[in-house]
Design a protein around this ligand. Structure first.
Ligand code: SF4
Length: 379
């Protein structure tokens, strides 16, 4: 297990610019090369917004709408239409992203769920995951918000991996006037509990931080060390997403400054140094114009990229075309390889449900990369 050689004070000094960042960048890139060579991965996905209703009201979120303003659930037919179109385009991931527990807040949500024989949104996610597995070749990766141990156990037979962003470890962001005020699912301890339960139940898990939502530099550093601690516990965090906040026109944070790119690049490099050579570190390529800069900061993954559906969480930011993603990656001296939602090193019967495992093996190369009809490694 990687032991970080950097302490909190040094990390804060690096992020605040008191120490020049050149050494940090070199170390981050060198750790990435040590752990992953010159291979950068992505997952060919479709985005399936199971519901755009939520009980929370994060002040930067544009994904969620109340029922009267368009908030709704996708019907089983809607879900099938998306995944079948994705299947035809050789996508391998069905990313199930949704608001958290809308049934607690909205009678329209309870009514939709009852019509489909469900009490909770998680029941419906289980049902839709089973539908996707039975009707397509895609592998679900559920991001349904807070999950109990029982929720995780029920999703595991159909989901090769799951995810929940930590976002930030600071309770301060839930105080009045802060972005997570009145958002019960954004209480850090509750999120830590879900991430931990995923480890207990052997689920390859995706987590990460959101940078620029009003946190201090110290809180960014503490969040990265918290993720490292969680990983030390169960070794199940297959991917660490480092995501930059983008201000959206129709949100309460529309005038909030976005993190400056040079600062955010240092956060990414620091994440690599704290999380270690073997960690899979990802930055979404659609939230920065010149996204190749993150390759210099030690990332080894671009996350899910869709040739078909929009990024519902950042609808103003289209994903780069896959040929552009490959060209940019190659130009920086790397090879782009497709992966499933589950990373190659987690394709193992201890990490994947025993009935699902053979289907996963069928769709990957010996090295664990996704097999695409036009050859692995080419979009
Ligand atoms: S919990 Fe997620 S979906 Fe709900 S308001 Fe917050 S960011 Fe949006």
């Amino acid at each position: 297990m990687h032991t970080t050689m950097i302490d909190r004070d040094e990390a804060i000094a690096l992020l605040s610019g008191q120490i020049p960042a050149e050494g940090l960048m070199r170390e981050a890139a060198s750790l990435r090369d040590e752990g992953h060579g010159r291979t950068v991965t992505y997952s060919r996905k479709v985005f399936v917004p199971i519901t755009t209703m939520c009980r929370d009201t994060c002040s930067y979120c544009t994904f969620v709408q109340p029922p009267g303003a368009g908030g709704q659930y996708l019907s089983p037919d809607d879900v099938l239409a998306i995944v079948k179109a994705g299947d035809e385009m050789d996508c391998t991931e069905a990313l199930l992203t949704l608001g958290d527990k809308p049934e607690v807040k909205w009678h329209q949500a309870r009514s939709f769920l009852a019509q489909h024989g469900c009490e909770t949104t998680i029941d419906y996610v289980v049902q839709m995951s089973e539908l996707i597995r039975s009707e397509s070749r895609l592998f679900p990766h559920a991001n349904p918000g807070i999950m109990t141990a029982d929720d995780i156990v029920r999703l595991r037979p159909t989901n090769v991996s799951m995810g929940l962003m930590l976002e930030n470890i600071s309770d301060r962001l839930t105080e009045p006037g802060m972005p997570h005020h009145n958002c019960p699912d954004k209480v850090p301890a509750v999120r830590v509990e879900t991430i931990t339960e995923a480890g207990v139940h052997k689920v390859p898990f995706t987590s990460g931080i959101l940078v620029g939502i009003g946190e201090t530099i110290g809180e960014v550093v503490d969040s990265l060390f918290s993720l490292a601690d969680l990983q030390r516990g169960h070794g199940h965090i297959q991917e660490f997403i480092i995501q930059n906040f983008r201000a959206k026109a129709d949100t309460r944070m529309r005038f909030s400054p976005e993190p400056a790119i040079p600062y955010f690049v240092r956060v990414v490099a620091l994440a690599r140094v704290i999380l270690g050579a073997e960690a899979n570190v990802q930055v979404p390529p659609n939230l920065t114009e010149d996204f190749s800069i993150y390759l210099d900061a030690g990332i080894n993954d671009w996350g899910g990229v869709s040739p078909l559906t929009i990024d519902w969480v950042n609808p103003e930011a289209p994903w780069p075309a896959l040929d552009k993603l490959e060209a940019v990656t190659n130009a920086a001296g790397f090879t782009l390889m497709p992966r499933l939602p589950v990373y190659p090193e987690f394709i193992d019967s201890t990490w994947i449900d025993e009935d699902l495992f053979p289907h996963v093996v069928d769709r990957v190369t010996d090295a664990g990369y996704a097999v695409l009809p036009n050859g692995a490694g080419t979009p």
